[in-house]
Design a protein around this ligand. Structure first.
Ligand SMILES: *Cc1c(COP(=O)(O)O)cnc(C)c1O
Length: 473
C-alpha cells in the first residue's frame, strides 16, 4: 500500500466522530441509535473501498452521516400499498381481497383496544371467540352451526383430521385438486392422518364408484369444487345432492369444499354464477368449507358450516386451537359479514364485488381520462393508448370466465428491454404500480383502480426518475 493511500485512509472519520455530528443526531432521531450506528459503519466501509481503488479526498464526518441517513431513509416497508393493475382482482400474491371500510375500522378498533373476545358481556363469564361470527354465518348460509379457522386449507385439514384420522376419506379422481402454494388434496389428506380412497376416473365418476368404496372404515366423503379448472367433454360426476343422500343412508358425513364459495348469487351483478354456500348447505352436505378472502371479499379465513353435532366435534379437536383466529381478523370478518345482510348496497360497499361488477364502459372512460396524464409522465420514449383487455377473478375462482375490461397499453418506442426496465422502475416506486407485459405492451388494467385513487396513481407515476424513461442499452 502506498504511503499516500495510508494517509487518505487515516483521514476517514471514526464511527464515534460521525455519530457526534449534528447530521447524525437527526438520523438518530428518525431511525434510532443502533440502526444509525450500523449504517454509519456500512458507509465508512464503502468509503474505504472507494479510497482503495481511487485515492481522492476522504469524505467528512457530516457527509458520512448524511449518507447513512439516505441509506436508512431509502428502506421502504415490504408490505407497503401498491396499485394492482394486473387485471386479476383476487391476486393471491398481492394479498387477495381489499377490505371494506367498515371491516378496516373494526380491525383498527380491535387492535387499539381490549375487546370481549372470549368474554360474555351479559353475565361476565367466559365466552367463545367464534360466537362473534357464528350467528351471522348461520343466518347467511342456512347452516345450523359454524366455526372459523386460519384459511380454507386449514378448514379442510381440520375436517379431515376430525373425522378421518386413521380412517378412510373417499374422493373422486376428478377432484384431486392442486391449488397454488403447494396445497394438494392427497398431501393434505396424508397430513390429516386420513387414508385416501380414490374413486372413479379423471373424467367420469359414477354413484356406484362411491357406493363400492364407502364402508365401515370410511370416516368422511369429500366433494371438492374444482374451482381452478374444468373437465370438459365426456364427463360425469355425482352431484352433491345425490352424494349427500348416499352418505346419509350409511351415516358418513359428506364435506363439500367449495373453495371460493360466494354468499350471494353473482349473476345478479352480471357475473357468472358460482355455487353459493346456502345452496351447498341446502343440497345436504353435512359440512361445507369456503374461504374468507376469495369471493367473500374479507380477510384470510376458512369457514366451516354445517351440522351442530359435527361442528362441536371439530371444535373439540386440539388442532382447532392451533388454527384459530385472532381478534383483529374476527372483528374484520364480523364487519364484512354484516355487509351481506344488506345485499342491495353490497356492491357499493364491498371492494371485491365493486371491482368485479365494474362495467367495461366505466373502466374505459377512466382509461381515457387518465391517458393524457400517463403519456405526459412517461415522456417521449413510450406511447400510451387505451385498449381492450380481459380481467380475471383470480384465486382460482371462475377460471374460464374473463371480464371484459380496458387498459392503458404502454409500448416502447425503443427496445423491448426498455419496456421491462420501465416495469421494474414502476415496481420500485414508493407506491409500486404492478401491471402485466404481454404482446409487446405493458398492460395496466384499470379495473381495480378506484376513482379516489386516480390522483395518487398519477402522483406515483410522477415519481419516476428521468433516467427510468430513456433507453439504456
Ligand atoms: C382456494 C381453495 C382452497 C384453499 O383455500 P385458502 O383459503 O386459500 O386456504 C381449498 N379448496 C379449494 C377448492 C379452493 O379453491
Amino acid at each position: 500500500m502506498a504511503a499516500s493511500e495510508v494517509n487518505l485512509l487515516r483521514q476517514l472519520p471514526a464511527v464515534a466522530a460521525v455519530l457526534a455530528t449534528a447530521e447524525a443526531a437527526s438520523v438518530v432521531e428518525r431511525h434510532g441509535r443502533a440502526a444509525t450506528t450500523d449504517a454509519i459503519r456500512q458507509v465508512i466501509d464503502e468509503a474505504r473501498e472507494v479510497l482503495r481503488v481511487a485515492p481522492v479526498a476522504a469524505p467528512s464526518a457530516a457527509d458520512l452521516a448524511l449518507r447513512a441517513g439516505e441509506l436508512l431513509d431509502a428502506h421502504l416497508p415490504g408490505l407497503r400499498p401498491l396499485f394492482n393493475l394486473t387485471g386479476t382482482v383476487l391476486h393471491t400474491n398481492l394479498g387477495r381481497a381489499v377490505f371494506a371500510e367498515t371491516a378496516i375500522e373494526a380491525a383498527v378498533e380491535a387492535m387499539r383496544h381490549a375487546v370481549a373476545l372470549e368474554f360474555d358481556l351479559a353475565d361476565g363469564a367466559r365466552g367463545e371467540r367464534d360466537d362473534h361470527v357464528r350467528g351471522l354465518l348461520c343466518e347467511l348460509t342456512g347452516a345450523e352451526d359454524a366455526t372459523v379457522v386460519n384459511n380454507n386449507a386449514a378448514a379442510v385439514l381440520l375436517c379431515l383430521n376430525t373425522f378421518a384420522l386413521g380412517r378412510e376419506a373417499v374422493v373422486s379422481r376428478g377432484e384431486l385438486i392442486e391449488i397454488g402454494g403447494a396445497f394438494r388434496m392427497p398431501d393434505i389428506m396424508a397430513r390429516a392422518g386420513a387414508r385416501m380412497v380414490e374413486v372413479g376416473t379423471t373424467n367420469r365418476t359414477h354413484p356406484a364408484d362411491y357406493r363400492n368404496a364407502i364402508g365401515e372404515h370410511t370416516g368422511l366423503v369429500l366433494k371438492v369444487h374444482t374451482s381452478n379448472y374444468r373437465i370438459q367433454g365426456f364427463t360425469a360426476e355425482v352431484g352433491a345432492r345425490e352424494l349427500a343422500a348416499m352418505c346419509d343412508a350409511v351415516g358418513v358425513p359428506l364435506l363439500n369444499d367449495l373453495g371460493s364459495g360466494s354468499l350471494v348469487d353473482l349473476s345478479v351483478h352480471g357475473l357468472v354464477k358460482e355455487p353459493t354456500v346456502r345452496e351447498a348447505v341446502a343440497e345436504g352436505a353435512r359440512l361445507v368449507t369456503f374461504s374468507g378472502d376469495k369471493l367473500l371479499g374479507g380477510p384470510q379465513a376458512g369457514f366451516i358450516v354445517g351440522d351442530r353435532a359435527l361442528i362441536e366435534q371439530i371444535n373439540r379437536n386440539p388442532l382447532k386451537r392451533a388454527l384459530r383466529l385472532d381478534k383483529v381478523r374476527l372483528a374484520a370478518i364480523e364487519a364484512t359479514l354484516n355487509l351481506y345482510r344488506d345485499p342491495d348496497r353490497l356492491a357499493e360497499r364491498l371492494p371485491t364485488l365493486r371491482f368485479l361488477a365494474r362495467s367495461k364502459a366505466d373502466i374505459e372512460a377512466q382509461a381515457h381520462r387518465l391517458q393524457p396524464g400517463v403519456a405526459e409522465r412517461l415522456g417521449g420514449m413510450f406511447s400510451v393508448e387505451v385498449g381492450d383487455c380481459f380481467s380475471q377473478v383470480g384465486s382460482g375462482a371462475l377460471p374460464l370466465d374473463t371480464l371484459a375490461s380496458a387498459a392503458l397499453l404502454v409500448r416502447s418506442c425503443g427496445s423491448q428491454r426498455s419496456l421491462e426496465q420501465l416495469a421494474a422502475s414502476l415496481r420500485a416506486l414508493a407506491r409500486p404500480i404492478v401491471g402485466r407485459i404481454a404482446e409487446g405492451a405493458l398492460r395496466l388494467d384499470l379495473r381495480c383502480l378506484a376513482e379516489t385513487d386516480e390522483a395518487a396513481f398519477l402522483d406515483s407515476l410522477a415519481q419516476l426518475d428521468a433516467s427510468d424513461l430513456v433507453d439504456t442499452p
